[in-house]
Design a protein around this ligand. Structure first.
Ligand SMILES: [Zn+2]
Length: 209
């Protein structure tokens, strides 16, 4: 490679990897980028990833930015809040120190929520937020939808690692494990989903041939 083409290659890489649409804290930049690579459909969507001191009952939370709520769907903006700390029993750990792949899976799940939100109209989204506050069944539906979108985008390996980290970590509080089991897809369900997805891809590629 000549010097000139090398330099333009570097410039090209810098431009493509640092998207103007995505605001990302440096300490987990690599993990966010890895997850975003699975979601080319979100390339033009404004998303800010931001650390927060603490989030009630969860580690990460994706939501539409309030100020963009009444904009058109195309211009809707999102925030992914990430709790600075992660509690295992009575010990607190920094979220940025969670194993890299586990973090990627976690972020992939949040991006699944954003795809879900993008598919909803304004009124639908208001209803959605309302029901999330008051209906347990609705939380189950929303969380499973996020997992489903992540698997549909090919992130199953990461999603499974995240689940394994939570469910098989002996020191994670049983109440948190129960919450995960209650609201999210199980590893077995994910495997079934991956099989179905691959069968569908195979069927459609046969059809296209
Ligand atoms: Zn979720």
């Amino acid at each position: 490679m000549t010097m000139k083409s090398y330099i333009s290659f570097i410039i090209f890489m810098t431009l493509t990897s640092v998207s103007a649409q995505h605001i990302v804290p440096q300490s987990i930049e690599k993990e966010i980028k890895t997850a975003l690579d699975y979601y080319p459909d979100l390339i033009d969507t404004q998303i800010e990833f931001r650390f927060k001191k603490e989030i009630k009952k969860s580690t990460m939370q994706a939501r539409p930015r309030f100020g963009s709520f009444f904009k058109s769907r195309k211009n809707r903006e999102y925030v992914v809040l990430i709790s600075k700390t992660f509690k295992i029993e009575d010990k607190k750990f920094l979220t940025k120190n969670i194993p890299s792949d586990v973090l990627v899976g976690w972020i992939g799940h949040e991006l699944g929520h954003i795809v879900d939100y993008q598919n909803r109209s304004k009124t639908d989204l208001i209803w959605f937020g309302f029901k999330y506050l008051f209906s347990d069944n609705h939380i189950v539906e929303a969380e499973r939808a996020a997992d489903t979108y992540a698997v549909a985008h090919g992130m199953e390996d990461y999603i499974l690692k995240t689940k394994d980290f939570i469910l098989n970590h002996s020191e994670i509080m049983p109440t948190y494990k129960l919450r995960i089991q209650k609201y999210y897809l199980s590893p077995d369900e994910i495997m079934v989903m991956v099989n179905d997805r691959d069968k569908a891809i195979e069927a459609s590629s046969n059809f296209l041939n």
